[in-house]
Design a protein around this ligand. Structure first.
Ligand SMILES: C[S@@+](CC[C@H](N)C(=O)[O-])C[C@H]1O[C@@H](n2cnc3c(N)ncnc32)[C@H](O)[C@@H]1O
Length: 220
């Protein structure tokens, strides 16, 4: 059911623009707004690093990581998302794409990564009590975990329902997501052995939309 939900989402979500406002072919975007917020420097990786994205979707951020000379490994539940990633990036950069649930992938994987990241991705849609220990296990000591997602709605914490809308004749599909305020995220990360955790809400860019972006960074 969840795989179907994300395949439905894939059909609604367009491919990334051909170039960003600076005219670049690849770029990193942590937020839901184009040309906004920090970039890949948050991950502290570069040439020769090994980087894993959980819920890579159509692969735009992962492609940028590959252009920096890193091994770029992406995992996503949705075959449709991965087909779109392959169609867009296969001729440009080398991506290692895996169709899997993030937790299953981490449990099976024996590689160690310098950084793990997730942009509105599997970290948002998986119980942190199960996912964080699995990520910690696969990060090298000092390796970086960073993720972004929408901030919580005040008072709505823990497991929440997210709706993926369909046609007027069909019920929406439902996926679960996990929402916490920034101080609670840093506490949870410490509970699972992470250090130097920072969590903040980046404000939305000037304009009509007001919801910012929760950005979390920590080290194993
Ligand atoms: C909102 S999209 C974001 C995609 C991409 N990170 C981006 O910024 O465009 C969420 C993605 O996470 C994937 N996803 C959700 N739960 C997952 C899980 N448990 N394991 C792997 N991928 C998952 C979905 O298939 C979808 O591609």
């Amino acid at each position: 059911m969840t795989e179907t939900a994300w395949d439905t989402y894939a059909q609604q979500k367009p491919q990334r623009r051909p170039v960003n406002a600076a005219g670049e072919l690849t770029w990193f975007n942590w937020t839901q707004y184009p040309d906004h917020g920090p970039g890949a420097e948050i991950l502290g990786t570069g040439h020769g690093s090994s980087v894993l994205e959980l819920g890579c979707g159509k692969g735009g951020n992962l492609a940028h990581i590959a252009t920096l000379g890193a091994r770029a490994v992406g995992v996503d539940l949705s075959p449709a998302q991965l087909r779109a990633a392959d169609a867009r990036w296969a001729d440009t950069v080398e991506l290692e794409l895996h169709q899997a649930d993030a937790l299953d992938f981490l449990t099976r994987c024996t590689d160690t990564f310098d950084a793990v990241f997730s942009v509105f991705g599997a970290v948002w849609f998986t119980d942190p009590a199960r996912l964080l220990p699995a990520i910690h296990e696969r990060l090298r000591p000092g390796g970086v975990l960073a993720f972004s997602q929408r901030p919580p709605v005040g008072g709505c914490y823990g497991c929440q329902a997210s709706y993926i809308t369909r046609s007027e004749e069909e019920d929406p599909l439902v996926v679960k997501r996990w929402d916490y305020e920034p101080p609670r995220w840093t506490q949870i990360l410490r509970e699972y052995g992470f250090t130097e955790a920072t969590a903040r809400v980046l404000p939305a860019p000037p304009g009509p939309r007001k919801i910012g972006t929760l950005l979390v960074r920590t080290t194993a």
